[in-house]
Design a protein around this ligand. Sequence first.
Ligand SMILES: Nc1nc2c(c(=O)[nH]1)N[C@H]1C(S)=C(S)[C@@H](COP(=O)(O)O)O[C@H]1N2
Ligand SMILES: [Mo]
Length: 316
Amino acid sequence: MIIRRPPDIPSSEITPESVYVNRRKFIKAAAAGAAGFALGPSALYGAEQSQEIPPRFARLQSELDEPLNSYGDVTTYNNFYEFGTAKDDPHRNSGDFQPEPWTVSIGGECNKPGEYHLEDLLSGVTLEDRVYRLRCVEAWSMVIPWYGFQLSSLINRVEPTGNARYIRFETVVRPEEMPGQRAPILNWPYVEGLRMDEAMHPLTILATGVYGMDLPNQNGAPLRLVVPWKYGFKGVKSIVRIDFVQDMPLNTWKRQNANEYGFYANVNPNVSHPRWSQARERRLPSLFKNFDTMMFNGYTEQVQSLYAGMDLERWK
Ligand SMILES: Nc1nc2c(c(=O)[nH]1)N[C@H]1C(S)=C(S)[C@@H](COP(=O)(O)O)O[C@H]1N2
Ligand SMILES: [Mo]
């Protein structure tokens, strides 16, 4: 299979600033009719159930040569332990979460630290559709039409200093809205990180939506990381803090069990998880492992140079 290089992934449907600044409101208004892709979630779910891919996504889907997962798959089966540990807990338990207004604190080794409102972070960036595979370390996978912007544009704006070697992300802590946080399931807040060159890679995006609509709470509203060549746990959700740091951050899953989860978390069919093989995966909605897992989740051509000379068995 030929995976296109990033410049060939069409940055379609560029939305004028006046619209995307108020995207959440825009979508509610548009759901009543008019604009090209103006289906509400339930209408869309119906369309997906009947295998009709909305026209806006048909071309993007063919870029990846794989069918998209349905809106239902994407939004009812995932991990977001702040809402519980079962795969349908995020969908069932995230109704009280309030993703707006939203502020992200940006700090550490950068020239423009501060409290940034989400609207401010979105002004001046190009929001675009990107279809990526998500491959969870537990061996399930999906093909998801994310909507977001390149992390590099945010990084350039806040001007990291020469000391910034890694970027560190934190999820919000709100036990009153996130029932999973009322128990010490993980060491809250959830933390993830990337090396600066990984963070600057054009495939790395901060997503604000899925299927052309704002992210539902269970998928990390209103802002989450998507790094398509890494296992799903790198995709930290509901981000409230971003720091530029000198030392490799201790990410949640490595802290939880360093023997099972590393910092890099590159999808690698040749390196087994201590308790299971990573060679095959289960593409939802299949109940069985029906796909061979691809190195770097299929993005080898675009990302392998980042790891030239590294021992990928050691740097898991
Ligand atoms: N804050 C937070 N982010 C998280 C998680 C979590 O428990 N908490 N789980 C991760 C894991 S293990 C996966 S597989 C993905 C799955 O969610 P998605 O399908 O919405 O990307 O989210 C990741 N991001
Ligand atoms: Mo995962």
